[in-house]
Design a protein around this ligand. Structure first.
Ligand SMILES: [Zn+2]
Length: 305
């Protein structure tokens, strides 16, 4: 088994807020608790949506909280050649195909929608009939993707039924998030993904892509979401404030408390040291069958570090 390598992968559409700090802290704690490495990847593949300077602000916020990556950060916007190579491999092996459909054409033929998105009806599976290719899609099949989440337990999804043949490269030429994440996780040697529960639903698509590309499947832990006043996931859209850097220790304690950890400490170094100890305790407790009901994290390596 490779040594533990974890990552935090923010999209720089806005500064870190209370919700994204929870995900950052959880991924850092899990890596440290396993004596692993922790990397940061800026997920700016959709560059037009990322205001200039937000990446630097996020890295500064992380640093002020004592969350410093073990290698220089990576930017997805600079890694297009890797995604192009992966897409070419999928096309060559018959796992991906070109799609000529416009949104209106998909809407005319789709029979299902999900989270407001139409499930692609597979129109171009056997060719575009001479129409020019706009986007590239993964050819899914009806075999359910079963996987295990360290907090949520066994999961399964029939990707074809749930999301259909999903996009790998968009009609505007931008590589899809799913493809970029899978390629980057493999290329960076990531073994463990710890991220917010809003991304749980993406995991079966990413596991399917890993299999199609002949890449290892990772271990996953999806952390509880921080909700805004409207009951939705905290986000820039519902008014999440950037974390307060005047007292990073307090911001970390608040994030830890959302993970079920009551931590002592004033400055980040003290809070983080207490956090690693508490996180290890949580893993050990789970191993002994006394895991806290709200947040339980089985040890991915199968042994207490
Ligand atoms: Zn199509």
């Amino acid at each position: 088994m490779p040594r533990y390598v974890g990552r935090f992968a923010p999209s720089p559409t806005g500064p870190l807020h209370a919700g994204s700090l929870v995900a950052a802290l959880a991924s850092w704690l899990d890596a440290r608790a396993h004596n692993g490495r922790w990397l940061v990847r800026i997920e700016d593949v959709d560059l037009p949506r990322c205001p200039a300077g937000t990446d630097a602000l996020i890295l500064e916020q992380l640093a002020r909280c004592g969350l410093v990556p073990d290698a220089p950060p990576q930017w997805q916007s600079r890694r297009g050649a890797l995604y192009a190579a992966a897409l070419a491999q999928l096309v060559e092996q018959g796992h991906a195909y070109g799609c000529a459909c416009t949104r209106a054409q998909i809407a005319a033929h789709a029979v299902r929608s999900r989270h407001g998105e139409l499930v692609y009806p597979g129109t171009c599976r056997s060719g575009t009939g001479g129409r020019p290719v706009r986007a590239w899609r993964l050819r899914t099949d009806s075999a359910p993707v079963a996987w295990f989440d360290r907090r949520l337990g066994p999961q399964s999804q029939d990707v074809q039924q749930a999301v259909g043949d999903f996009v790998l490269r968009r009609a505007d030429g931008i590589d899809a998030y799913q493809l970029a994440v899978v390629v980057d996780d493999a290329e960076q040697g990531i073994t463990d993904v710890v991220r917010g529960a809003d991304l749980t639903d993406n995991t079966p698509r990413q596991i399917l892509l890993q299999r199609r590309l002949g890449l290892p499947t990772l271990r996953y832990l999806h952390t509880p979401l921080v909700l805004g006043l409207d009951g939705e996931k905290l986000s820039k859209q519902n008014g999440a404030a950037a974390i307060e850097l005047a007292d990073p220790g307090a911001a970390l304690r608040a994030a830890a408390s959302h993970l079920g950890l009551r931590l002592e400490g004033r400055i980040p170094a003290e809070v983080l040291a207490a956090g690693v100890k508490a996180w290890r305790g949580m893993i050990a407790a789970f191993g002994e069958g006394r895991h806290p009901p709200a947040f339980s994290i089985p040890d991915p390596t199968g042994s207490t570090p």
